[in-house]
Write a protein that binds this ligand. Structure first.
Ligand SMILES: NC(=O)c1ccc[n+]([C@@H]2O[C@H](COP(=O)([O-])OP(=O)(O)OC[C@H]3O[C@@H](n4cnc5c(N)ncnc54)[C@H](OP(=O)(O)O)[C@@H]3O)[C@@H](O)[C@H]2O)c1
Length: 423
């Protein structure tokens, strides 16, 4: 029988559930694998705070270093993340320097420091697992590690943020306003009090960076990308698009083009019948990868929540004890050279003055920029104006800045401008 000392950092929603799973399953793991899993220390800020688990018999400490540096702890499970990002990074770093096995939950820490932490883990013969950082219960890191040794992943797309997907689905399927859908997401615990990171797509951006690292062995400079927000999308957009066979989803899409990255981070118009994201509603996630031999593979499921997330962390814990002696990434990580947003096709919602020649003027602005109008629809003529919806495209990327400038110069109000996913 081999005893394995486990340290847990953070005892919030995920930490408490993980501790419960470890305690419940320890007898079976002892019997099946001859491993005695023992929780040696759990770091919390407040020793007396009421928790989602009975802490009476748990070894709590308010000294994080006792968890990370202890000689009788071999595996560190990091369940802090979020507001604890600044604190989390140095703790994970130290654990890896000491050669420990680390199971991480924080996508933000990994997105900012992933390459350094993975290199550190290799240098020190430590192991870093991070399946819980992306896609909740979807075990994407393990799938990629176990099934993609011999092939390249050239494209990753999907829905990685349950909060914004819940809002888009509620607006589209239940005709709720943006504010009502957000309030309901908050009431159900899917959205935080300050939901900015979710609805402004930063959460998805961090996860995209983790996926680029894990699946493509590439990274991009987070600071050079501004993800797009779902704020400002209206019910009328969903209604109009549904009539045309489309919907809006909060997506990430990353495609390797040579040494460059073509991306979408934020809301995108997708075909209801052809895009795998369209059937993934409410708080569910989907991750689609395109492998050089396997072709397109999609994995979907609950993207967050204590059960799915803590289960994936427990799988990581067992995996690192039973099968893994190193961190993924075999060939070294390369940064992408150039990053460009995929703007080959756009959906635009405009408020147009109801006066003669207005549409002709918009058409001529687009024509001067060599942009094709694939479809033009109008709705809701009231009070001297109406809503105009354009589906536009160009053989190369549309320069959104020049287009916006030209339309604004002509005093046209742009209500939304959203990329259309073509392939
Ligand atoms: N919840 C989900 O569905 C989900 C899904 C995927 C990944 N994750 C990731 O899992 C991690 C934990 O999430 P959670 O939902 O369990 O969060 P949570 O309920 O807020 O718990 C966070 C824990 O970290 C501690 N903590 C926070 N800031 C800290 C700081 N500055 N210094 C020390 N300790 C600090 C908290 O301490 P106190 O108890 O003292 O406040 C708490 O124990 C995050 O990285 C999150 O991104 C969560």
């Amino acid at each position: 029988m081999k005893t394995v000392g486990i340290g847990i950092l953070g005892l919030g929603t995920i930490g408490a559930e993980l501790a419960r799973i470890i305690l419940e399953n320890a007898p079976r793991i002892r019997e099946y694998y001859g491993l005695d899993l023992v929780i040696r220390k759990i770091y919390v800020r407040d020793l007396h705070k009421k928790r989602a688990i009975d802490t009476g018999s748990l070894p709590l400490t308010d000294q994080a270093d006792e968890v990370v540096s202890s000689d009788n702890i071999q595996v560190i499970c990091e369940c802090m993340g979020g507001s604890g990002t600044e604190v989390t990074y140095p703790l994970v770093k130290k654990a890896l320097e000491l050669g420990k096995r680390v199971v991480m939950s924080s996508k933000k820490v990994l997105a900012h420091h992933g390459m350094e932490l993975l290199e550190l883990s290799r240098k020190n013969k430590a192991v870093l697992c991070y399946d819980a950082t992306v896609g909740g219960g979807i075990p994407i890191e393990k799938v990629v590690e176990n099934s993609f040794y011999y092939q390249q992943i050239s494209k990753i797309s999907g829905i990685l943020n349950g909060t914004s997907n819940f809002i888009c689905s509620s607006m589209s399927l239940k005709h709720q306003s943006f504010n009502d859908a957000l309030k309901e997401a908050q009431k159900r615990g899917y959205a935080e009090n300050d939901p900015s990171d979710d609805i402004d797509s930063y959460d998805a951006l961090y996860k995209a960076e983790v996926l680029a690292l894990c699946c493509m062995e590439r990274i991009f400079d987070l600071a050079s990308v501004t993800p797009r927000t779902i704020r400002g999308i209206r019910n009328i957009d969903f209604d109009l698009l549904a009539d045309e066979g489309y919907t809006i989803k909060p997506i990430i899409s990353m495609e390797i083009k040579g040494d460059d990255l073509s991306y979408i981070f934020g809301p995108a118009v997708v075909s209801i019948t052809e895009n795998p994201c369209s059937g993934i509603d409410y708080n569910n996630n989907i991750i689609t990868v395109v492998g050089s031999r396997s072709g397109e593979l999609s994995f979907s499921g609950q993207g967050a929540g204590k059960g799915p997330t803590a289960s994936v962390m427990f799988d990581d814990l067992l995996n690192t004890l039973l099968y893994r002696n190193s961190s993924v990434l075999y060939n070294g990580v390369k940064p992408f050279q150039k990053l460009s947003e995929d703007n080959r096709a756009l959906y635009i919602h405009l408020k147009v003055d109801d006066k003669p020649g207005e549409i002709a003027e918009i058409a001529s602005i687009l024509s001067r920029l060599e942009i094709n109008i694939d479809k033009f629809v109008t709705r809701g003529k009231t009070g001297g104006s109406y809503d105009a919806f354009l589906f536009i495209s160009k053989t190369d990327n549309i320069d959104r800045e020049s287009l916006t400038k030209a339309l604004k110069k002509h005093h046209v109000r742009i209500l939304s401008m959203i990329p259309i996913v073509l392939d």
